[in-house]
Write a new protein. Structure first.
Length: 152
């Protein structure tokens, strides 16, 4: 009975702790710039970040970038949950309405958003995206993270 209980506990789904060092911006991996130079209004785009969790239905990432403002011409490809960890995010939608978010505030950038995206200060955010859409946009092999253990 002990072996069956141990087997059962190994297959049980357990909470996954998101890496607090990564959330604090420590040792984030450099990313490839994805904003076209002609779309940058001001600042310097230098993305950094890591996948914190990649489950069957959800992907959680930490993303950091230098202060930069850029145009989003193509409709945003996904509904994206964002929690501002540091800095300030100012989004100006295609109707000219300005939306400001500071440390600790959360928002959803809806699929289809176009406008101006402005990251101010040392900008860092926690992002959540549904897994299926993430894989369609970014591919399935990006930064696999274990979902079965609590990586403290």
């Amino acid at each position: 009975m002990g072996a069956k209980q141990n087997e059962k506990s190994k297959s049980a789904h357990s909470p996954v702790r998101l890496d607090p060092d990564k959330i604090a911006g420590i040792d984030l991996s450099p990313g490839e710039p994805f904003i076209q130079p002609e779309d940058i209004i001001e600042g310097h785009h230098r993305p950094r970040g890591d996948i914190l969790f990649k489950g069957d239905q959800l992907v959680m990432e930490i993303y950091e970038d230098n202060a930069a403002t850029y145009k989003i011409h193509e409709p945003f490809p996904v509904d994206e949950y964002v929690q501002v960890i540091s800095g300030k995010l100012v989004l100006t939608d295609s109707n000219g309405q300005v939306h400001e978010y500071t440390q600790g505030e959360s928002l959803v950038v809806p699929k289809g958003f176009t406008g101006i995206w402005s990251m101010q200060g040392n900008y860092r955010e926690l992002i959540a995206i549904d897994r299926q859409t993430y894989d369609q946009i970014y591919g399935t092999g990006q930064g696999e993270t274990s979902t079965e253990s609590d990586a403290q």
